[in-house]
Write a protein of this length. Sequence first.
Length: 212
Amino acid sequence: MTTPNMAEARRLHAALTEFFAGHDGALPDFRGRARVLALCESAARAVDDAYCRERLRVTGEYASEMLSKTDHSRWGRDSTSGVEFLRQQILNALELYASRLYSLQALRAVPRGQGEISMDDALKHCAELKALFRRHAGGWMDLERLSRVSELCTRSAAAVQDLHTRSELSRIALYAEQLYARPAWAGDVLRERILLSIDSIEDRLHATPGPG
């Protein structure tokens, strides 16, 4: 796996967001489409992560629809025009991409040594995560809750060196991003996967002696 270039990924994300925030999409823009697809390809290379690639793929597909056609009526929803619907889907995908970048950086740059927390604290964080996901079904955008999940995952990862546990914490952060940004029908499946990951972490932590 290549080392992620977070600064480059953020720069490309900003360029994509700025493009769609200012483009009306009323007429075909093949030059703009080519630029967007090139930016998406560069962003996918900057961070070797399946979820990031999927969000960029969605961005590229909706961008192609928006920028290569004059009739977007089939995408219209109630009072929302087809162009505006496509733009919103693109911006949503880019927002999820940015959120994933935050989670990746937090989980891959966990501080060690002086700022390290105890194994007991890791178990407490897992208990809070479990309680959080049992109380809330998800299925809607909730960036505040995503931020709390990312914080708890990061603090838990700071207490352990076990790669399996840290991988499960990264998986929880990924599922949480999907849980709070997907239709409600997927909520139960995602929540069950998260709870299984938390159970796996707790079993691992209980079986592993703490430092010192």
